[in-house]
Design a protein around this ligand. Sequence first.
Ligand code: NAD
Length: 358
Amino acid sequence: MKIAVLPGDGIGTEIVAEALKVLQALDLSLELEHALVGGAAYEAHGHPLPDSTLRLAQAADAVLFGAVGDWKYDRLERSLRPEQAILGLRKHLKLFANLRPAICYQQLVAASSLKPELIAGLDILIIRELTGDIYFGQPRGRRVATDGHFPGAEEAFDTMRYSKPEIERIAHVAFQAARKRQKKVTSVDKANVLETFQFWRDVLTEVHQQYPDVELEHMYVDNAAMQLVRAPKKFDVIVTGNLFGDILSDEAAMLTGSIGMLPSASLNARNQGLFEPSHGSAPDIAGQGVANPLATILSAAMMLRFSLNQPAAAQRIEAAVQAVLAQGLRTADIFSPGSTRVGTREMGDAVVKALRAS
Ligand code: NAD
């Protein structure tokens, strides 16, 4: 099992180091190879995703990614900015499905901005299509309008589009994921207004016929945004397009209180994947040893489950994380009075200890 380890920038190096400690504490034969990515790669090689890094990622079964970015690169031309490395990896590895679980741990219920009874026990999975939709549709650009409300005025436009195979493959990911959970898929669209999403709804309904054991409901995106804060526990798996998924996955993330707890996976058709915390490189706290490593440790668990076919090992990590939370250990972002404040390294060590004890 070959893993490309790309820590990146800011807190990326600190949190990935803890995830590696946890992986190494498992009794698995993992081949780990490191490479630079993002700002660190730009400094060393003049590009955020050097060929050598890309080749390593392509040859691996999975990529464990930290985070990239720093304010100091904001003035670089777009193609050289650290964040471009993620887009490049998604494109070259053909990662079309983004999976983000939003789980509210019992011990962290108070960290959410919602009432405890709404989110206690929350466990939903948001699946976002990652390679299509209005983000990539052509044509796009600026021009002088020839029609519309203001002919002759300068205007900008993008194209929303999805092909049938693109919708089918993400639908299969959602139904198959639901089979391993509560067997319910909510497909989020805007079929009442957009042609693209009427088509999305039709294709979802068609693919659903192959999964009679899974319940499918359709929901308009405006209603889904509302239901996520009104009654989030009604959801099991949510599947949606790139644009709506971008927004809803961040909304769902905040339900759980801290971004430092949220893992994510991006998968291709061969289940090769990129696994990373949902947060960024947090330059404001980088180098201080206070970042929460749990999102990255939980991303490593997702890697074991989705790309390396090691569900038992994944479960052991998840149980170890629960155990350290139950012991009252908290990094600054999830700290509450009465708990014990720990740094990045101590949190990683505690997970390793809990793992060894299991
Ligand atoms: P961010 O997620 O890095 O940070 C937002 C806030 O959350 C900050 O206050 C930060 O201190 C805190 N935070 C984030 N992760 C934390 C953790 N593990 N533990 C404790 N606190 C944590 O988002 P931002 O500040 O908007 O962006 C910073 C940089 O990261 C930018 O350059 C941005 O482009 C980049 N970014 C990268 C990714 C990625 O690599 N996938 C994603 C988002 C942002």
